[in-house]
Write a protein that binds this ligand. Structure first.
Ligand SMILES: Cc1cc2nc3c(=O)[nH]c(=O)nc-3n(C[C@H](O)[C@H](O)[C@H](O)COP(=O)(O)O)c2cc1C
Length: 302
């Protein structure tokens, strides 16, 4: 029986498949559903210090090859973070808490609260493409990425994961994050995108611009993971368009040690996690690999 267990950014996982932040990560009930579906870790929705209401509807629109969303980082703030993480502790899975500050100090404060509440790791959202003053606006500047990671890594002992998006200087930003103490990177977030209603003649989303996810962005994620792994050889959690064992395997061969699933959980349900895990077992047997770790970055050998 091939072994699916992996070690990523200091976390020991029974297999490489978990949910992506923002999908089933907002309530204890949602995290419990993920745990029952077999996710190897539970990733929360991104939390900010103050509660945020989110944008006006529509906040999501299905497109032929993906999903466009601008939820607006709606979350109940610091108090909500504490409550959710404490409630999730009994689920027996590592909880990765996603945080989205606007300054290094706010990130550090959120990370400290997450650690105190029982988080196994923190994931810094440096890549949300539609939140002013947060996310991508910070993550596009490698120096800012370094400052934020440094502030968090010097505050908490749990592993710090930096989630970066599609930016011009991605490889450089990744290097800054690692140099500042990130134990791993999460690549990638949604891509800035827009859909227009041709009869209403205006953008469909309440926020006009949103983030594109799902199959449409998968090859972009594969490329991002491949280039960052080639340069830094670091621990990477790959995310973007994972919907079956094959799309998961591509990210692993590019250099990811684990993968996250977002849109496919929305469109197909959380049982997709178990299907991907089973599919990966079959794939390992098919290619004669004894462990999944043997395949991490294997596409670089050719
Ligand atoms: C509805 C929705 C909400 C999301 N919310 C967050 C979030 O709060 N924080 C974050 O870092 N990423 C968020 N994302 C991005 C996902 O975590 C992931 O990076 C992206 O969707 C690509 O993966 P996928 O193609 O499997 O969906 C969200 C995505 C969707 C579809």
């Amino acid at each position: 029986m091939p072994l699916l267990s992996v070690r990523v950014a200091g976390l020991e996982l029974e297999h490489p498949v978990m949910n992506a932040s923002g999908v089933l990560g907002s309530s204890p009930e949602a995290l419990e559903r993920l745990a029952r579906a077999g996710a190897s870790a539970l990733v929360t929705k991104s939390f900010t210090r103050e509660p945020r209401a989110g944008y006006t509807t529509p906040i999501a629109v299905p497109l032929p090859h993906g999903l466009l969303n601008a939820v607006g980082l709606s979350n109940p703030g610091l108090e909500g973070l504490r409550g959710l993480v404490q409630a999730a502790r009994g689920l027996g899975k590592p909880v990765i808490v996603s945080i989205a500050g606007s300054t290094p100090r706010e990130f550090a404060e959120l990370a400290a609260a997450a650690e105190e509440a029982g988080a196994a790791a923190v994931e810094l959202n440096l890549s949300c493409p539609h939140a002013r003053g947060r996310g991508l606006e910070l993550g596009m500047d490698p120096a800012t990425v370094g400052e934020i990671v440094e502030a968090v890594a010097s505050t908490v002992r749990v592993p710090v994961l930096a989630k970066l998006g599609l930016v011009d200087r991605l490889v450089e930003a990744a290097g800054r994050a690692l140099g500042a103490g990130a134990r791993g990177l999460v690549l990638i977030n949604t891509l800035r995108a827009m859909a227009i209603d041709v009869y209403a003649m205006r953008p469909v989303l309440g926020n006009r611009v949103g983030g594109l996810s799902g199959p449409a962005i998968h090859p972009v994620a594969v490329r991002a993971v491949y280039e960052v792994y080639r340069e830094h050889g670091c621990d990477i959690v790959g995310v973007g368009g994972v919907e079956d064992w094959r799309t998961a395997a591509e990210l692993i061969l590019a250099g990811a040690r684990a993968v996250q699933v977002g849109t496919a959980i929305v469109t197909r349900g959380e049982h997709v996690i178990g299907e991907i895990v089973e599919g990966l077992k079959g794939y390992l047997a098919e290619v004669g690999a004894k462990t999944i770790e043997e395949l991490v970055g294997a596409a670089h050998r050719h």
